[in-house]
Design a protein around this ligand. Structure first.
Ligand SMILES: *[C@@H]1O[C@H](CO)[C@@H](O)[C@H](O)[C@H]1NC(C)=O
Ligand SMILES: *[C@@H]1O[C@H](CO)[C@@H](O)[C@H](O)[C@H]1NC(C)=O
Ligand SMILES: *[C@@H]1O[C@H](CO)[C@@H](O)[C@H](O)[C@H]1NC(C)=O
Length: 484
């Protein structure tokens, strides 16, 4: 919990120009993060704001004055330098890190200097920052990271270097980093190459597992220049890069994001990924491990995929917006653990009776815009746990609701945007689907008389018919649902 108490502050007389140092937030305790059963607490301490610094010499003066006098505050009396836990630099032009701060404020836990025109940082800047846990230097002009940059920061947990001009990280960059470092943000930089061996210090197994954010860089290739093993990542984020081929060595990744690259090949021969997002690429086939639990592969051109090993654990699968996915079905049928399947706007065409019969835990099935003309009568016979079924935007001309018999938990059925003229079994809808709350039948081709009978029946038994916005404009409609 974060408690902030505003206290009055005193501007030290020695401050000329408009530089200010104000300590007006008090953090009593803040549990900022839980990971692998570890909770991190920051506090109690003061948060101080250093503003309008134009010259480094003036920072030195401020620091000197404060640290030699203690800091008088109206409510709480003295603030001693050791009670200052966080310093935030604002509206300033620093160029380099004011390392004197770390000498004077020995218990500093948090240092933020975002958007202050930092050009350069070096390992020695942090020689005295032994307690620092959070370091934010985002939105600056930093281009290089010195070897062993973090080696003095033995308590560091979170590092933000996003939105700089960093062009490379190498094998020495993270050497000696803290074993508590769990978040490294290098997004929006200009890194063009990634070598797995670079990541050994960040991701070795004795360390807290890390989330490394490399989104929005210029990475073309992810290499393994020499063999690495046993790396562990909470998350590896590589969204919006230029990667064409992704392979990985022996490592374990909780979440891997590869969306919006140029991938045509992804291969996980020796690595284990729990949740993979690979949408917006050029993938034609996928070779995935049986320990993958979630896969989002929308907006590719996937035609088939292979799963190594038996008994896939995948429960969330998004294959939407791929072109013709007809050939995925033989493998898809083996996915017995699926709970969520989205194939919307991929071409399916013909569905078979056994397409979903292995997916006994399926809860959400989205088949919007799949060019489906016919739904085999027995197709959902095994999907007793379905909650949402979306078959909208297809080519269905008639549906017999009896085909949904056994879907005792279904709450939402979307049949809108088809060519329906008939809806058999509608009088028995309550018996067929006792939990149904909502049905969407708008944008079909019902005759107005038939539609009004259907709507009245639904109304009388408490099934909510979703109204679309086509009603008012359509010449003929029943309660806002167009008809002919
Ligand atoms: C996977 O591991 C095997 C055995 O450890 C090794 O021979 C092979 O080269 C590895 N493949 C990749 C792509 O790293
Ligand atoms: C299913 O896929 C479509 C198309 O990519 C997307 O718009 C929709 O949000 C997805 N549905 C869910 C519930 O994720
Ligand atoms: C019902 O269907 C129409 C037409 O497809 C769509 O515009 C509307 O968003 C749907 N409503 C809901 C709540 O799904």
């Amino acid at each position: 919990m974060l408690w902030i108490i505003f206290v009055l502050f005193l501007v030290h007389p020695s401050m000329q120009r408009r530089q200010t140092f104000k300590c007006n937030d008090y953090v009593t305790e803040s549990t900022s993060f839980h990971r692998s059963g570890i909770a991190f607490r920051h506090g109690p301490h003061y948060v101080c704001y250093l503003s309008n610094v134009i010259q480094m010499s003036s920072v030195i003066q401020i620091v000197h004055d404060i640290s030699s006098h203690s800091y008088v505050d109206g409510k709480n009396g003295l603030i001693e330098p050791k009670e200052v836990g966080a310093i935030v630099v604002k509206n300033s032009n620093l160029i380099i890190v004011p390392s004197q701060l770390f000498q004077s404020f020995k218990s500093l836990l948090v240092f933020r200097a975002s958007d202050v025109n930092l050009r350069q940082i070096s390992r020695d800047d942090f020689k005295d920052a032994e307690h620092l846990t959070i370091l934010h230097l985002d939105r600056n002009q930093i281009t290089d990271l010195e070897d062993g940059l973090l080696s003095y920061l033995k308590k560091l947990q979170r590092l933000d270097l996003s939105r700089n001009q960093i062009t490379a990280i190498n094998e020495e960059t993270f050497r000696g980093c803290s074993s508590d470092l769990y978040e490294v943000d290098l997004s929006y930089n200009r890194i063009s190459e990634l070598d797995y061996s670079t990541l050994i210090p960040l991701a070795h197994t004795k360390k807290l597992s890390v989330e490394l954010n490399l989104n929005y860089n210029e990475i073309k290739e992810v290499r393994e220049s020499h063999s690495v093993s046993h790396l562990t990542f909470e998350a590896l984020l590589l969204k919006n890069n230029l990667i064409e081929c992704f392979t990985c060595p022996d490592m374990k990744i909780g979440e891997l994001h590869l969306e919006s690259n140029r991938l045509s090949v992804v291969s996980f021969d020796n690595c284990s990924v729990e949740y993979l997002v690979a949408s917006k690429n050029h993938l034609r086939w996928l070779h995935i491990h049986n320990d993958l639990k979630g896969l989002v592969a929308s907006q590719n051109n996937i035609r088939s995929f292979v799963i190594s090993g038996e008994n896939s654990e995948i429960f969330h699968f998004d294959l939407s917006e791929n072109e013709n996915i007809g050939h995925v079905f033989p493998t898809l049928k083996t996915l017995g653990e699926l709970q969520f399947l989205n194939m919307s706007y991929s071409y399916i065409g013909v569905l078979h009776e056994d397409t979903f019969s292995n997916m006994k835990d399926l809860k959400y099935l989205l088949l919007k815009g799949c060019s489906i003309e016919i739904i085999p009568f027995e197709i959902f016979g095994n999907n007793k746990h379905l909650i949402t079924l979306d078959i909208s935007d297809n080519l269905l001309e008639s549906v017999d609701l009896h085909m949904f018999t056994g879907l005792d938990r279904l709450r939402l059925l979307d049949l809108s945007r088809n060519k329906l003229r008939k809806l058999d079994g509608f009088e028995r809808i309550r018996l067929i689907m006792p939990e149904l709350r909502e049905i969407n039948i708008s944008n079909n081709q019902f005759e107005c008389h038939d539609l009004s009978v259907i709507m009245k029946t639904f109304e009388s038994i408490g099934v909510n018919v979703i109204k679309s916005h086509d009603g008012p404009e359509a010449k003929k409609n029943v309660d806002g649902v167009a008809c002919f």
